[in-house]
Design a protein around this ligand. Sequence first.
Ligand code: NAD
Ligand code: IPM
Ligand code: MN
Length: 352
Amino acid sequence: MKIACFAGDGIGPEIMAEARRVLAALDLPGLVVFEGDVGGAAYRRHGHPLPEETLDMARAADGVLFGAVGDPACDALERHLRPEQAILGLRSALGLFANLRPATMFAGLESMSALRPEIAAEIDLLIVRELNGDVYFGEKAMRTLDDGRRQGFDFMSYAEDEVRRIAHVAFRAARGRNGRLCSVDKANVLETSQLWRDVVIETHAEYPDVELSHMYVDNAAMQLVKNPGQFDVVVTGNLFGDILSDQASMCVGSIGLLASAALGERQTQFGTFGLYEPIHGSAPDIAGQGEANPMAMILSLAMLLRHSLGREEDAARVERAVSQALADGVRGGDLGGTAGTREIGDAVLARL
Ligand code: NAD
Ligand code: IPM
Ligand code: MN
């Protein structure tokens, strides 16, 4: 079993260290761990946020554990050299088109939600975010119009096969959960979304046992706060999924809790090849202070164990240890507590 670990920038190395301790404690037979550079750290060392050797390392692994990238000192660089290109490049080069972002309430954390506890208690949803298309990967430019005005330009598109493959992932996920799928789009305004909706409806024919509904993204943002318990699986495009998942994190209690899996079609000896990362970023405002909550990173490791290494029992064990730590009142600063990164890691390890 080969895992590639890319810690990245900001709090990335701090939270990765805790996930690595959990991984070491599991003592998996025959496991080999590689470390590679990504993001601003890679730019400084190699002149590029996603060096070829890092990409090769990812390709050779069964799964990739990714911390976070992003560095304010790099914001003035040309876009193709910015740290964020590392994660965008990995998702794209590795064909990781399906992003699973689960958001479930943890027992004992209801009062930490930005929502009223009785509303928050009902949260058990999965956002299936398309990850290889949309306005993220369309042609983009900063240009000057004939009359001298500057114009920013990002082309938004989805081709039907791109929508169909993510729809299949979402229908299958709904089948394995409570059988309900809500497709979120902006079909009242965008052609991209009209195609999205048409293709999701066509694909539904193969999953008659799944209950399908459609919602405009503005309403979805509102409903997520009003009554998040109504959602089982939500499928949406790259941009809407990015925004809604950060919003879902605060419904649960903190962005420091939400993990994710980015999957494609490639199968490995043990499962599906994937990249696993917290949904949050490099948090430059708290980086280097040992304050970051490593739980999202540790829960991402659990997803890697489940999907890429076929170690369901170990995955469940790690998830139980995190849930138990939260139930026992272990709280980082993001949850109004005082536990630091290392202390939270210790608390999870003690419960493994
Ligand atoms: P962010 O997610 O890094 O931080 C938002 C807020 O949440 C900050 O106040 C931060 O301190 C807090 N936060 C995030 N993770 C936390 C944790 N584990 N524990 C406690 N608090 C936490 O978003 P941002 O500030 O908009 O972006 C910072 C940088 O990260 C940018 O360069 C951005 O592009 C990048 N980014 C990268 C990824 C990724 O690597 N996948 C994801 C999102 C943002
Ligand atoms: C995320 C991040 C990334 C995204 C950025 C850093 C490119 O916000 O993983 O949610 O927008 O997908
Ligand atoms: Mn995001």
